[in-house]
Design a binder for this molecule. Sequence first.
Ligand SMILES: C[S@@+](CC[C@H](N)C(=O)[O-])C[C@H]1O[C@@H](n2cnc3c(N)ncnc32)[C@H](O)[C@@H]1O
Length: 206
Amino acid sequence: MSFLSAFFYDRCLATAEEACLREWRQELLGQVSGHVLEIGAGTGANIDFYPETVVRLVMSEPDKNMRKQLEARLENSNLENASVSGGSAENIEADAASFDFVVTSLVCCSVTCLDTVFLEIRRVLKPSGCLVFMEHVAADERSNRRRWQNRVTPLWRRLASNCHLNRETEAAMLSAGFTIREIKHESMRKVIPLVRPTIRGIAARD
Ligand SMILES: C[S@@+](CC[C@H](N)C(=O)[O-])C[C@H]1O[C@@H](n2cnc3c(N)ncnc32)[C@H](O)[C@@H]1O
């Protein structure tokens, strides 16, 4: 991300955070505990919602401009036992089976290879572990919105740090071997129509 995109990231999402994202983050993160890895933590929008049941939290963020904001936010938070790391989700710097939960929020749209990322997440999760996700995704295949997502994505990716409007994230999760335990499909409010379709929930590693 450029310095400017990172600088304006929170401001761009502010109305959507107020309209729905904060509530969704709270609902999802209230369920995590133990050893937790967050991938693509950005500016740290999830920091306020981690419960005390989290024993160790690793917040990974490859972009140095986003990471600076993440570190500053973490320093000003009450979170103990949390650390920040770099590195991309395609090559997670962690031992196999070392986390109870992996968290992704608004990240799967931007990674380079979603299939590799899900295999990596499964590798670092304990056998009983779960992925907690909140992602904007492709609209229904036959919809007009989806046709527009397909048309606009090549340009959008260049303007918005590799963000794809038409990612089939749920299907990729299933192909990687996850079992979806809970999923909600809902429209993200206060964003442009092509970004509105979202999924959020929990998927078990096995
Ligand atoms: C739209 S922001 C979301 C930030 C935060 N998770 C949130 O909920 O607001 C996407 C983040 O994913 C990160 N990202 C992009 N590609 C990545 C990759 N391959 N591995 C890990 N993080 C990545 C970006 O640097 C950026 O911080």
